[in-house]
Design a binder for this molecule. Structure first.
Ligand code: 5GP
Ligand code: ZN
Length: 116
């Protein structure tokens, strides 16, 4: 866990541009945004990804989505936003600490390149 990039961001060992924080959730600007608004919402508790959500820790997901709704209201994202979590290699997860991308500020398409 000590080697986890997002745990270091929560601890303040790596700087970030905070957009929201409470007892359980931290949110900050993505360093490499793919939309005009691109924030990352993470649990303060280390969970390695969506595949590691269990009945014991699932409550944090509701807390994260509550934080997302609050930020969306505060920032007037009424025209729409998208929440994405990548889990595992095929999905392109690059940081092994559960995170939800909040994307907004533009109309978005919906495609996945796949062999189907
Ligand atoms: P993933 O690819 O795992 O779904 O998302 C990881 C995200 O973390 C990427 O969008 C990437 O730009 C972002 N990221 C990686 N390193 C840092 C960092 O040091 N600071 C911030 N703010 N974002 C980061
Ligand atoms: Zn972590």
């Amino acid at each position: 866990m000590n080697d986890c990039l997002f745990c270091k961001i929560i601890a303040g060992e790596i700087p970030s541009r905070k957009v929201y924080e409470d007892e359980f959730v931290y949110a900050f600007c993505d360093i490499n945004p793919i939309a005009p608004i691109h924030y990352l919402f993470i649990p303060k508790q280390h969970i390695s990804g969506a595949s590691e959500i269990t009945p014991e820790n699932a409550e944090i997901v509701g807390k994260i989505f509550t934080a997302i709704a609050k930020v969306a209201a505060d920032e007037n994202l009424g025209s729409g936003f998208r929440v994405v979590t990548n889990c595992g290699e095929d999905a392109g997860q690059t940081v092994g600490h559960l995170h939800f991308h909040l994307l907004a500020g533009t109309a978005m398409g919906w495609t996945v390149q796949a062999g189907v």
